[in-house]
Design a protein around this ligand. Structure first.
Ligand SMILES: C[S@@+](CC[C@H](N)C(=O)[O-])C[C@H]1O[C@@H](n2cnc3c(N)ncnc32)[C@H](O)[C@@H]1O
Ligand code: SF4
Length: 415
C-alpha cells in the first residue's frame, strides 16, 4: 500500500523528497495573501465514544470542557492578529460540539474580533443533539448550517456501529421548528452486507426527515480504532457507489462533492476544500501559504500550552511548491472538478504546464472530461479517486493521527 502512495507522491512532486513534519512552528502565522480562508474549531468531547471513530475526542466532563473552551478562546486571540480578515465559513467539528452549545456564542464572538465570516457557520451534531432547545441556542449564536451524524437509520447497521437508534420523528419535528439554511446528514456506506436498497432508503428517509444535503462516507477501518467491521470488497463497493450516485443524479440531486449531494440549491456543507484554512483546538490543522500545521491531540497539553501563552502546534510541514500543488489538486478534486484558471490564479503558473501529461492520461483513460479548461470527474474517475483516497487516508491520516494519539508533541514524522 505505501508503495503505491510513495510512488505517486514521487511522480507527482517530481522529487524523492518525502513529506517531513517537524516539531517547530512560527508564532506569527504567514497570513500574507490568504484568499478563500476557512476557519475550523475542534471540540473533542462526546457523551460516549464510538469504536469505529478515528477523530480526536474523549468522554465529556463539564469542568474539563470549560477549561478547554477558555484555552480555545486564548488560542483564537493569540493567532487572530490585530487586523480583521475576511474569511469564508466557520465550521465546528468534533467530537460533539453541541455539548458546548451554551458557550459556542462566546467562541464565535472571539473569532469575530479577528475575522469577518462571509459564508455562514456550520456545526456537527449527533442525532441526540437535534432538540428544539439545542437548535435554538445554536441559531441564536449565529449558526446557519448543521450536519447530523446519522450513520444509518437501520437497526442492523446501528448495532454494527455500536450506536443508539436516531429518533427520526423527534429530529424531523425539531428541524421543522428551528430551520437552518443547510441541514446535512452523514451516512457511512460500504459496511459488510450493505445493499443499494439499504442506502437508498437511508437517503430517502434523510430527505423526509428535513435534510437538504447528505454525505455518504465510505467506511474506513483505521489501524487504531476498535476493529471488528470488515470493509466491503472493491468490486462490490464500486457497484454500490455507482448505483447510489446514479440514483441521486436521477432524483435531480446536485453532486456538491465526491460524497455529498444536495436536494436544494444553495445547500452545502464542506469544511475540507478550502485553499487556506485556520484550525483551532486539539487536532485542528492549519494550511497557510506553504505551511501545514497540526495541533496536539492531548487536551491536557493543549490547555497547558495555552496557560503558558504558547501555541499548541505539534507538527509543521513546509511544502515545496510541487508538494503544495499536489495537495491543492487532491483536495480540489474532492469537489469533482478542477478549474485550470483557478489553479493558475493561485500558483501563478499554468496547470497544463505543470500537469499536462497527467491530465491527458486521465482524459485518455476516461477518468475526466474537459470543457473550457474545467476538468470534471467521470463516474469511473470518481470511483478511482475514492479508491485511492482510501490508500491516502491509511498511508497519511492513519499514520499521523496514530502517532499524535500516542505522543502529544512528537519530534518529527516522515510520510
Ligand atoms: C467527527 S464525526 C462527528 C459526528 C457526530 N459526533 C456524530 O457522531 O454523530 C463526522 C463523521 O465522520 C464519519 N466517520 C466517522 N468514523 C468513520 C469511519 N471509520 N469511516 C468513515 N466515516 C467515518 C461519520 O459519518 C461521522 O458522522
Ligand atoms: S462518531 Fe461522533 S459521537 Fe461517536 S465518537 Fe466519533 S465524534 Fe464522538
Amino acid at each position: 500500500m505505501s508503495i503505491i502512495t510513495n510512488c505517486t507522491r514521487m511522480w507527482l512532486t517530481r522529487s524523492v523528497k518525502p513529506f517531513l513534519f517537524q516539531r517547530e512552528y512560527d508564532e506569527a502565522l504567514p497570513y500574507g495573501d490568504c484568499r478563500d480562508l476557512g476557519l475550523y474549531v475542534h471540540i473533542p468531547f462526546c457523551r460516549t465514544l464510538c469504536g469505529f471513530c478515528p477523530y480526536c475526542k474523549e468522554v465529556y466532563d463539564r469542568e474539563r470542557c470549560d477549561r478547554y473552551l477558555d484555552a480555545l478562546i486564548r488560542e483564537i486571540h493569540q493567532v487572530g492578529g490585530p487586523e480583521r480578515k475576511r474569511v469564508t465559513s466557520l465550521y465546528f467539528g468534533g467530537g460533539t460540539p453541541a455539548l458546548a452549545a451554551e458557550r459556542l456564542g462566546e467562541v464565535i464572538a472571539a473569532l469575530e474580533d479577528h475575522f469577518i465570516i462571509t459564508q455562514g457557520i456550520g456545526v456537527e451534531l449527533s442525532p441526540d443533539d437535534v432538540t428544539v432547545p439545542v437548535l435554538r441556542t445554536l441559531r441564536e449564536a449565529g449558526v446557519t448550517k448543521v450536519s447530523i451524524g446519522v450513520q444509518s437509520f437501520q437497526e442492523k447497521y446501528q448495532t454494527m456501529l455500536g450506536r443508539r437508534g436516531a429518533d427520526r420523528r423527534a429530529m424531523a419535528e425539531a428541524l421543522a421548528r428551528v430551520p437552518f439554511e443547510t441541514v446535512s446528514m452523514d451516512f457511512i456506506f460500504a459496511l459488510p452486507g450493505q445493499t443499494f436498497q439499504d442506502l437508498r432508503v437511508d437517503l430517502e428517509t434523510a430527505f423526509l426527515t428535513g435534510a437538504n444535503h447528505v454525505a455518504i462516507y465510505p467506511f474506513i477501518d483505521f489501524s487504531f480504532t476498535a476493529g471488528g467491521i470488515s470493509p466491503m470488497g472493491r468490486g462490490e463497493k464500486r457497484t454500490l457507489l455507482d448505483r447510489i450516485t446514479r440514483w441521486c443524479l436521477e432524483q435531480g440531486y446536485v453532486r456538491t462533492s465526491i460524497w455529498t449531494f444536495a436536494s436544494q440549491a444553495g445547500a452545502g456543507y464542506s469544511s475540507m476544500t478550502r485553499d487556506n484554512f485556520l484550525g483551532f483546538g486539539c487536532s485542528a490543522a492549519t494550511l497557510l501559504g506553504d505551511q501545514f500545521k497540526i495541533n496536539t491531540f492531548s487536551v491536557e497539553e493543549y490547555c497547558g500550552r495555552m496557560d503558558r501563552g504558547t501555541l499548541p502546534t505539534a507538527l509543521t510541514l513546509r511544502f515545496t511548491p510541487r508538494q503544495r500543488m499536489v495537495y491543492y489538486l487532491f483536495w480540489t478534486a474532492y469537489s469533482t472538478r478542477v478549474d485550470a484558471a483557478a489553479f493558475e490564479e493561485f500558483f501563478g503558473v499554468s496547470l497544463k504546464k505543470m500537469y499536462g501529461l497527467e491530465l491527458a492520461l486521465a482524459k485518455g483513460l476516461g477518468l475526466v472530461t474537459e470543457r473550457s479548461g474545467v476538468y470534471e470527474m467521470t463516474l469511473k474517475g470518481a470511483f478511482y479517486y475514492h479508491y485511492y483516497e482510501n490508500f491516502y487516508t491509511l498511508a497519511y491520516i492513519d499514520k499521523m493521527w496514530g502517532l499524535l494519539r500516542r505522543e502529544a508533541f512528537p519530534e518529527k514524522m516522515v510520510l
